[in-house]
Design a protein around this ligand. Structure first.
Ligand SMILES: [Zn+2]
Length: 335
């Protein structure tokens, strides 16, 4: 069992000691990936922090949510797995079909090279997608580290997003991530040129270590249509800086499930970060000598959120907004 949930006794104990008195009665996850069987071609598997998956579908999510957040009302934004080799049309159709748009809201994977722009717009309308999910890999034209935000979100995509008031779940490219000057400039350009689109910086702009976030939200925090999701950010110093800097109504709890359910955490070392996992994974250092008992990335993230909230003496209202209300008002307020 690769999932670290309260189905394990040690996590159940941790939940009651650390999270039960902290979490509000409703938890909304703004960053969940779903994938039905057949999306990965050729009998291959997806490495979920080192654990091979053939699918992670709505049945899995419905099983896992109450095991992660016992006693809570839950909901999520769901989108597919943005891998250029996967069958993304089938993944989009699946997500649209299984999301009820009351508890679960579908976003559409968007490839900037899709040739028929009118068909994309029709698909978004017909399937009532609440947002789009671009990804650096879909740019294809250059080295992944040289991809620009504008390559992921060409004007035709942003015009649809602006017209329809869509949410754009933006995983920013480039090695310097949030600290990259070109990224900074293009985020400002998107928000300013397309004011009816709502841009979410996934993983707080992938700023997983303190030096990457310090000073780099100052230009962005005044943009009224920019939001920040906390998925996979388990560094309390980063979270404390975010909570103290950006408007509280723009912070969205998110996890990156299913990866977040796997055992592991991220650590900061010498102004860099890495993941640490019990099993080999291409993005991690792994515990070769079995020195540690791990819990999930997700629970490590909750610990860090709680620590940052406590250090800043933020109130219950802040916690409820970040875990639920901000998401619901973003998803349900007409553009
Ligand atoms: Zn993700």
């Amino acid at each position: 069992m690769w999932r670290e949930t309260t189905q394990h006794e040690r996590n159940r104990r941790m939940f009651h000691e650390e999270f039960d008195g902290f979490l509000p009665d409703a938890v909304f996850d703004f960053h969940v990936h779903l994938m039905n069987r057949g999306v990965i071609p050729g009998g291959k598997t997806y490495s979920c922090a080192g654990h091979a998956l053939t699918h992670y579908d709505m049945d899995d999510l419905l099983h896992d949510l109450p095991a992660v957040y016992p006693g809570r009302h839950t909901g999520a934004v769901c989108f597919g797995f943005p891998n250029v080799r996967y069958v993304h049309a089938a993944n989009n159709a699946y997500v649209a079909r299984v999301c009820d748009r009351e508890r679960f809201f579908p976003f559409r994977l968007i490839d900037p090279h899709e040739p028929d722009h009118a068909a994309v717009r029709d698909d978004i309308v017909r399937n009532r997608f609440s947002g789009v999910k671009p990804y650096p890999g879909y740019a294809r034209t250059k080295d992944i580290n040289d991809v620009e935000i504008h390559d992921m979100l060409p004007p035709w995509v942003m015009e649809i997003a602006n017209d329809m008031g869509l949410i754009v779940m933006l995983h920013i490219p480039r090695k310097q991530r949030l600290a990259d000057p070109l990224n900074q400039r293009q985020i400002v350009e998107l928000c300013t040129l397309y004011p009816r689109a709502k841009i979410v910086l996934a993983h707080v702009g992938r700023a997983y270590y303190l030096k990457n976030v310090l000073g780099n939200l100052d230009r962005l925090k005044t943009l009224p249509n920019l939001y920040y999701d906390l998925a996979m950010v388990s560094n309390w110093e980063v979270l404390e800086h975010v909570f103290a800097t950006v408007p509280r109504g723009r912070i969205l709890y998110g996890t990156d499930t299913p990866i977040a359910l796997a055992p592991g955490t991220s650590v900061e070392i010498n102004d860099q970060y890495t993941y640490v996992t019990p099993v080999p994974w291409e993005l991690s250092i792994h515990d070769v000598h079995h020195k540690l008992v791990f819990t999930s990335f997700l629970y490590e993230g909750l610990r860090a959120i709680r620590k940052a909230v406590t250090r800043l003496s933020l109130d219950d209202r802040f916690v409820r907004d970040v875990f639920y209300e901000n998401a619901i008002s973003l998803l349900t307020t007409a553009p």
